[in-house]
Design a protein around this ligand. Structure first.
Ligand code: CTP
Length: 160
């Protein structure tokens, strides 16, 4: 289904701690058409899902809009705006990562719907989990484990 001379592609995401999986997705999306629109989830919308991002909406939107191939960034503020965005922007193809497989099939009445395979081994959640090891709470725990181990080693050395 092509609505005009240009093929317009639309996607949505949080894009927190922008990483290689995000970049690979955007590169593939840009290659699928002539115009790429990315809906970036606002902090308020994420809060309704119990999701907090490290990077603010304004900064995430700035980062995504500076990526080669992205023509327009719009705020994703709710679940029900996708149909409206498709109509308002003459979207030809709606694309999401396959973690959303089947969830947006109903939009197939309005445009083509495609799910792309995710890049393996990376996600914003995994980066946050890795960084949490440097949280002061965990550093305190680590320090106390090292102290216990040192005391034990000293004890056995003194015995032997
Ligand atoms: N994505 C991808 N490959 C990854 C991570 C994300 O292709 N390794 C895609 C998602 O499928 C989605 C878009 O990038 O279409 C934005 O995903 P987002 O949820 O912001 O990124 P995640 O890293 O999956 O974040 P989280 O861990 O918070 O779910």
């Amino acid at each position: 289904m092509t609505r005009g001379p240009e093929r317009t592609v639309l996607t949505y995401g949080t894009f927190d701690l922008f990483h290689i999986g995000h970049l690979r997705l955007i590169e593939r999306l840009a290659a699928m058409g002539d115009r790429l629109i990315v809906g970036v989830s606002t902090d308020e919308f994420n809060a309704t899902k119990g999701k907090t991002s490290v990077v603010s909406y304004e900064d995430r939107a700035d980062i995504v809009s500076s990526i080669k191939g992205v023509d327009l960034v719009l705020p994703e503020e709710g679940w029900d705006q996708k149909a409206r965005d498709i109509e308002d922007n003459d979207v030809d193809v709606f694309v999401m990562g396959d973690d959303w497989k089947g969830k947006f099939d109903h939009l197939g009445e309005l445009c083509e719907v495609v799910y792309l395979p995710r890049t393996q081994g990376i996600s914003s959640t995994a980066i946050k989990q890795m960084l949490s090891a440097f949280d002061p709470v965990h550093l305190d725990e680590l320090q106390s484990a090292v102290t216990t181990l040192t005391n034990l080693l000293t004890h056995y050395r003194d015995l032997g």
